[in-house]
Design a protein around this ligand. Structure first.
Ligand SMILES: *Cc1c(COP(=O)(O)O)cnc(C)c1O
Length: 221
């Protein structure tokens, strides 16, 4: 099936209020153009230089989301234009993003990545680390970033109950955070959970932003 048809099919299954991030990592700009022509404007990438290259050659009204693990030193490549960074997992990275955002005279929106899976390899903070970060003075001092939500990746498994529990737990945590009064650089509205294989479950468990790659663009080599 074509990219446009895949997109159409997925959009038909999205619950109201759920934003679709089309994950175009490793795919050529021509694939993004095809999705763009079909109306898609939000794209997710996981390599800073690749994202920068694509942003330079593609339409300027595309919103670029960094969804992969970000090394501090590569923040500078995306700071001028990135619209959301999903994968922030420590204060030092936030400080670097803040510094680069200030240099570009902007505020960069970010999500904190929370570790919810059973896999060692996945990045993210645990719940107590998130609370500690949001409560810290060093964090409160950052004026050029805004934490607008949380991101999580479930265990890569066929066991639906495991996946559902992980998403459910993150939603509960998200809801508890929104009850607190953190500093003005915190405004939690986005819960980014769900990929091609598990976004139906994620939506049932409160996701309002899904990151879908292979179901739109085909598998990645
Ligand atoms: C690659 C990736 C996705 C998309 O995965 P698909 O299974 O291709 O939909 C979503 N989120 C993150 C963080 C990714 O790295």
């Amino acid at each position: 099936m074509s990219i446009a048809k895949n997109l159409q099919k997925i959009k038909e299954t999205l619950q109201e209020g759920v934003e679709l991030v089309a994950v175009s990592k490793t795919k050529p700009s021509s694939d993004i153009e095809e999705a763009y022509a079909a109306g898609q404007r939000v794209f997710g990438e996981n390599r800073p230089q690749e994202m920068k290259g694509k942003a330079e050659e593609l339409p300027k009204d595309i919103e670029w989301h960094m969804i992969g693990h970000l090394q501090s030193k590569k923040t500078k490549y995306i700071a001028p234009f990135v619209s959301l960074i999903h994968s922030v997992d420590k204060l030092s990275l936030l400080q670097e993003i803040n510094k680069r955002a200030a240099q570009n005279e902007r505020v960069i929106n970010v999500l904190l990545q929370v570790y919810i899976s059973k896999e060692e390899s996945k990045y993210g903070m645990d719940e107590s680390e998130v609370v500690e970060l949001l409560s810290s003075e060093e964090f409160n001092a950052l004026q050029n970033i805004k934490v607008v939500g949380l991101m999580g990746m479930a265990t890569n498994t066929d066991n639906e109950a495991t996946i559902r529990n992980e998403f459910k737990g993150l939603k509960t945590f998200f809801d508890s955070l929104t009850q607190n009064n953190y500093s003005k650089n915190v405004e939690l509205t986005i819960l980014s959970t769900g990929m091609s294989g598990d976004y139906h479950i994620a939506m049932e468990e409160g996701s309002n932003m899904v990151r879908i790659g292979s179901s739109i663009f085909g598998s990645r080599g």
